[in-house]
Structure formats: C-alpha cells, structure tokens
Design a protein around this ligand. Sequence first.
Ligand SMILES: N[C@@H](CCC(=O)N[C@@H](CS)C(=O)NCC(=O)O)C(=O)O
Length: 222
Amino acid sequence: MRDRTITIYAATNLPPMLIGAVRDLRAVWAAEELKLPYHLHWLDAQNGEHRADWFRAFNPFQKFPAIDDGGTALFESGAIVAYLADKARRLIPPPGALERTQHDQWIYAAVNTIEPSVFDLFVLGMMPPDMPGLAERRERSMQQAKERLGALDRVFHSRAYTTGDDFAAADIVMAHVLTFGRDESLFDGLDMVKDYLRRCTARPAYQRALAIQTAGKPANAA
Ligand SMILES: N[C@@H](CCC(=O)N[C@@H](CS)C(=O)NCC(=O)O)C(=O)O
C-alpha cells in the first residue's frame, strides 16, 4: 500500500538572504495551518539536488515546491496550497461553488498581479549596486508594485483578508508573496497591507514554517 503521508519537497542549505523566501514555505505553512500530517524531503538547493532527473516526475520545472500525496505529484505553490486546503476541507470553499472561484482569483492575483514586481524588487535587492540598469529597473518595479499594492490596500479597507473577514488558503499565498517586500519603503503609506502582513505572519503556523525553512534539513535526517 502506498504511503498516504504527504511528502513536501523543500530546499535546504539556503544562503541567509533566501531564508523565508523559498516558496516551499507556502506548502509547509498550509500543512501546518491545516494540521495535515506531512514529511519533508529535503533537497540541497545550493548543490542543485533538485536538478536531478528523477525530480522532474514531481515538478517538470524542477523548482520548489512540489508534493507527493501517495503517488499524486503536484507542483506550483498556489495549486498545492489549494489542494491541501481541499484535502483538509478547511480555509477554502468547496470546488464548484462560485465562492471557490472568488477565492481562487486571489491566489492568481497573488502570483500573477502582485508577485512579479514585488519579487523583482527582492531579486534586485541582492544585486551588486553597480549593476547596469539597476536603478531604472528598480524604479519601474517599485512603481508597478506600489500601484498594485495600493489597490490591495483599498481592498483591506473593507475586509480583513483577501476573501472576507476570515483567513483563507489564498492568504497563505498572498502573505508569502508580500514577504518578498524586504525593502520597507515599498509599504510606505500602505498601512492596511502592512497590518495584513503583520497579522498573517504572526500566525503560529507561519512561524513554524519559517522556523522549519530556517533550520533546513536536520543533521540526523536520512
Ligand atoms: N511559480 C512557482 C515558482 C517556483 C520557483 O521559482 N521556485 C524557486 C524557489 S522560490 C526555485 O525552485 N528555484 C530554484 C531553481 O530555479 O533552481 C511556484 O509558485 O511554485
């Protein structure tokens, strides 16, 4: 019989600036939030273990995260978070309901509308200051990020979380996307977004997921 414990493939041996940023944290956060049993299969990111051919069966793009649930392989952090919430029947409306589409639109908004410019700023923050074109690219991304985060800020004037007054699976993705915003000035004047991010990242399940990514593969793990 196949092992029905969910395996989450996660990156270990991360350089300090990537701690908290690798998207397997979204899968671990979801599993922790939903109290689903799981185990971690660590891959040494710096030594390219995820580039091994066998890992394509779990993620054709050979990126983190991927999961294996008793022979069902899934990739893309947003899809994984929704799958785990469906499995636990918590934090997500049932498939087929209009509310489910309205929920899922926030996962797409997080990864498609908010993430590109906020992630670009995160990447640019790791570049050498004399990189050609850095200032222009930074300004472009900052402008786009601020415009889109401004829209998100307005949403949070009428509700506490993306889909309503309760924390939902989509908030795992949205809040983690916002953690890419390491340059504090990104959130200037965006008090509702700042407060949303503070509330989401104060959740014990996020804190556990962050601690797990920070610690990486335990020395005594197989
Ligand atoms: N859209 C994907 C992005 C996955 C992704 O880019 N993961 C990065 C880490 S955050 C990765 O695996 N990078 C390692 C590499 O590209 O070699 C998702 O949300 O799951």
